[in-house]
Design a protein around this ligand. Structure first.
Ligand code: SF4
Length: 268
């Protein structure tokens, strides 16, 4: 017999919004369960941030993994890389493990979409999983999230120096400047991401993580990409003179307008 008592769950991604929501809800919902769906391809900085969250908030984060890893699913698809339009990675590595964990119980699932965002986030279509958006309901904005993290002592994850989102090191939602960041901060992971492209292309048609350009091509255009990003930062500074450096940085990334709005499950 399934346990019919309603549960309360927050999926952490290792990103700023879901982390701030953990801080925000900790005392409001004492029975809250904290989950992290680990794709096995996350950045070391993400794992370190999760450890820090556990230590500072004095909570346990349950780490879920899918039955088969990314490489298994990738090989099953004959080297077909996931993309914003066919995001099989999110389904297999995040949503299915989450739904299995929830089972048939009524689950209240808390999602960190802010009030200044215009996005929907799909976590699950199962009817027993009821989404809640406390930040939207309470008018919490990006500036509030930054303050919540600062006040809690957590701050931002270390990858924020060069990348604005959590998720897999090869996530196709990265902007080109973030790929350059990966190349410079984690050259080994950049090479691994390149190897997926090479192998995928060798078995079938050309596959690239970023839209319209291979990682080798991005690498060759590094100085041009850096220059474009600096210009975007200058524009953001002019348009947002009273904003924090982080907000200017985020705005400059958005200004580049690459790869859409990011993964709606993996964070953001
Ligand atoms: S972070 Fe990116 S690559 Fe990883 S599962 Fe999410 S969408 Fe896929």
């Amino acid at each position: 017999m399934p346990n019919k008592e309603a549960r309360h769950i927050l999926c952490l991604s290792g990103g700023k919004d879901s982390t701030a929501l953990a801080v925000y809800l900790k005392d409001k919902i004492p029975s809250l369960e904290y989950l992290f769906c680990d794709t096995g391809k996350e950045l070391q900085e993400t794992y370190e941030y999760l450890n820090k969250i556990e230590a500072i908030l004095n909570i346990d984060i349950i780490r879920l993994k899918s039955e088969h890893n990314f490489d298994y699913h990738w090989e099953m698809r004959s080297g077909f890389l996931p993309s914003p339009s066919i995001r099989w990675c999110t389904e297999t590595l995040k949503i299915i493990p989450f739904e299995k964990y929830c089972g048939d119980n009524i689950v209240h699932s808390y999602v960190g979409i802010r009030s200044d965002e215009n996005r929907q986030r799909h976590i699950s279509s199962k009817p027993n999983i009821i989404p809640h958006f406390p930040f939207k309901e309470d008018g919490i904005t990006k500036a509030d999230v930054l303050k919540i993290l600062d006040d809690s002592g957590l701050g931002l994850p270390d990858y924020y120096d060069w990348r604005s989102r959590s998720g897999c090191y090869f996530c196709f939602y990265q902007r080109k400047i973030e790929w350059i960041g990966l190349k410079n901060r984690h050259p080994d992971l950049f090479e691994k991401a390149k190897a997926y492209e090479k192998e995928a292309t060798a078995t079938s048609k050309r596959y690239t993580w970023a839209q319209g350009e291979s990682l080798e091509e991005i690498e060759n255009r590094e100085s041009e990409i850096v220059k474009e990003f600096k210009k975007a930062q200058e524009r953001s500074k002019k348009n947002m003179p009273n904003k924090s450096l982080i907000e200017v940085y985020d705005d400059a990334l958005d200004d580049l307008d690459e790869q859409g709005p990011g993964c709606l499950v993996c964070e953001l």
